[in-house]
Design a protein around this ligand. Structure first.
Ligand code: SF4
Length: 331
């Protein structure tokens, strides 16, 4: 059965922080905080629709720091979500939220557990203390470790979110974050290359020439490395790059954004593996066989991988072969 999320956006009005990358206007401005009644109506309405199309869904409270909103409001939303899960168990498979690492403590975790929370994602962003301070996150790497441990021990699924290319970031700091994440053994990870938006501290630093995020190709290579590390550790990477958004496209000053970012990263991994395999063979014409589902990733966007291999002296054609990852045969 196919799965989806029913997202409930909870604007975090009056967030006391001022993270360098966050456009607070978009999250604390006009966005309407849904009432419990509205959430119940949404979930009721969606239940029949999901059932008709044969899908299950998690109820996802996104948009800021769920556990930092007023406690009564948080509980009232959890009650609505919990009732929907109880009433439509064949449709709603659980409840998830995202929050800040310093907004998690034992009491909060037991409250989430009591109301049936199944997954919590922590916006860690980096495990480098220097990067966290430079980007005014207001929490430490130790806050992330502590919160992750509490969530893990409660039996709630743990998700961790990281960014690449923040102010004062480096490739080494990103790799360190990756290793630290793996040590915390999350179930899922999301990776967001930094997008520099108008109206943010990063935007000011960028316009003054003080800061420039990682380049596009550098980020693709780095994210390919991260994807491989997390996958090898058995950790699912459930998102790479911001969702396609007209607002982001309009307000972006710099940084890395592409609506098909993950596909580009996966394609880079195929290129690296094909290069590695061919480097042991003499230059020449080859047919590369791969499973039909991998054809576009091996070929690359606009046949970019084929062109890159050709520059290295390998003229390749890609053909489908069920179950293959990459197999090379002389043409
Ligand atoms: S990203 Fe930072 S500034 Fe923006 S809502 Fe979250 S904690 Fe507040």
């Amino acid at each position: 059965m196919k799965r989806t999320n029913i997202s409930v956006f909870i604007p975090h009005k009056g967030c006391p922080h001022r993270c360098s990358f966050c456009d607070q206007r978009s999250i604390s401005g006009a966005a309407h905080a849904p009432t419990p009644q509205e959430v119940s109506e949404l979930l009721e309405g969606q239940a029949q629709h999901l059932s008709d199309i044969g899908m299950t869904a998690e109820i996802a409270f996104f948009g800021g720091s769920f556990t930092a909103i007023p406690r009564d409001y948080m509980v009232s939303l959890l009650e609505c979500a919990g009732s929907a899960v109880e009433k439509y168990p064949q449709v709603y498979s659980g409840i998830r939220c995202s929050t800040r690492p310093d907004c998690i403590d034992e009491e909060t975790v037991s409250l989430l557990k009591k109301y049936g929370m199944t997954a919590v994602e922590l916006g860690a962003q980096s495990m480098s203390g220097e990067v966290l301070v430079a980007n005014e996150r207001g929490h430490s790497p130790e806050d992330v470790r502590r919160a992750a441990k509490l969530i893990r021990e409660s039996g709630i699924s743990l998700g961790l979110q990281m960014m690449t290319g923040l102010y004062k970031d480096s490739e080494d700091a990103v790799r360190f974050t990756c290793r630290e994440f793996i040590a915390m053994n999350p179930d899922t990870v999301r990776i967001y290359p930094t997008v520099i938006l108008k109206g943010t501290r990063l935007g000011e630093l960028y316009e003054s020439g003080e800061y420039c995020s990682f380049g596009f190709e550098q980020t693709v290579d780095l994210c390919a490395e991260l994807l491989r590390e997390f996958t090898n550790a058995g950790i699912k990477v459930i998102r790479m790059g911001l969702h396609a958004s007209k607002d982001v496209e309009r307000d972006m000053l710099g940084g890395v954004y592409h609506p098909a970012f993950r596909e580009i990263v996966e394609s880079r991994l195929f290129l690296r593996d094909a290069e590695n395999m061919l480097s042991r063979l003499p230059q020449g014409e080859y047919t590369l066989y791969t499973d039909p589902k991998n054809i576009s990733r091996l070929t690359g966007q606009k046949r970019g991988n084929i062109a890159a291999l050709s520059e290295r002296g390998y003229s390749v054609k890609v053909k489908p072969c069920a179950g293959e990852y990459i197999r090379a045969e002389l043409a």
